[in-house]
Design a protein around this ligand. Sequence first.
Ligand code: PLP
Length: 415
Amino acid sequence: MAEAVIQSKSNVDFQRIREQFPVLSQQIKGQTLVYLDNAASSQMPSRVADRIDAYQRNEHANVHRGIHTLSQKATDAYELTRKKVQRFINAGHKEEIIYTTGTTDSINLVANSFGDRFIGEGDKILISEVEHHANIVPWQMVAERKGAKINVIPVDDHGDIIWDKYVELLTDNTAIVAVGHVSNALGTVHPVKKMISEAHKRDIPVMVDGAQAVPHTPVDVQDLDADFYAFSAHKMCGPTGFGILYGKKKYLNEMPPYRGGGDMIDKVSFEETTYNITPYKFEAGTPPIAAGIGFGETISFLEEIGMPNIAEQERELLEYGTQKLNAVEGIRIIGTAKEKASVLSFVHEDIHATDIGTILDQQGIAIRTGHHCAQPTMRRFNVPATARASLSFYNNKEDIDRLIKGIKKAISIFQ
Ligand code: PLP
């Protein structure tokens, strides 16, 4: 609620907010957990878990179907989330908010449905060199089906896209640009507003994979002028199994349904079936109702803290972490873009990332190691894997100090 929004970061008690995440106070391997795997999945505050629990215990019924009171109450609660999401990302219409099971599902929806209608033989699909597999493979699949081709925007050694190459790759037969807002492996914040504006000069639509952006920074889809924008609830303190696809009505209305079944139809006969209106024509079957209702609570939680405050808090933590990590001998940060968000991906000159991760786990510190579902990114930077500490607003400088101490211990063990 607007009046509950805390206006400036200095008024936000992040320690008190941290206490709302019970998972963070547990002991792992005899030490208080330091959770730095937020880019994979972030933790859930008690109030979101409580909301899901209350729904499951007292309010559960199927949605959109029953005339009975419980079903109507469940439908209202579930649909309230759509309004909250609309406001949260400043979409023009609530019909432009499609519920999915996550970013992967959202991108598959666009690739299949937009692809069916708008991608043809010889067309180009433009993605960047540092995408998550979720924003590569669905496009490869549709390209293969349709006889289209994937073009790749290269990045420089920092992880920033090379602008001139991007502009060069926008051609008359580019059917769509699909680009991550923030790279999960590097933390690069791509200049998506500028990229969209450039693509629109040639009437090329742009889909943004916002999985790593929405949790960390205010996103305004109208200001960006994005044609599609995808994200997942579980990376922003919400439940798993739920996500969003924002799409402009002008495209959604033209796009065919992606999955068939209950709820997405208007009339069904053996001769002919007509479809429900947007967004319901994309939402076949019983949805993840509990997760959807829980996500509504998540959005209220984030709005009360204020996304600009969250962004500022994480920027401070990222700066602190970057400085500390750069001071550790033998460590090299992969991903040094001008604009970065909450990701510290790094390698050690002699020690494999997995070994660093294992030693950190023994000290109760959770990070991610591997290719982060971004194998082409690893190849671009000539590394088999990185260790990745990814931050959330509920982390603090002590978490980063524990990380640095843990890395130094790993180095001392292996050298
Ligand atoms: N895109 C990016 C940039 C990601 O980081 C991820 C998950 O790590 C995804 C897409 C896929 O998200 P999900 O697994 O929630 O569908």
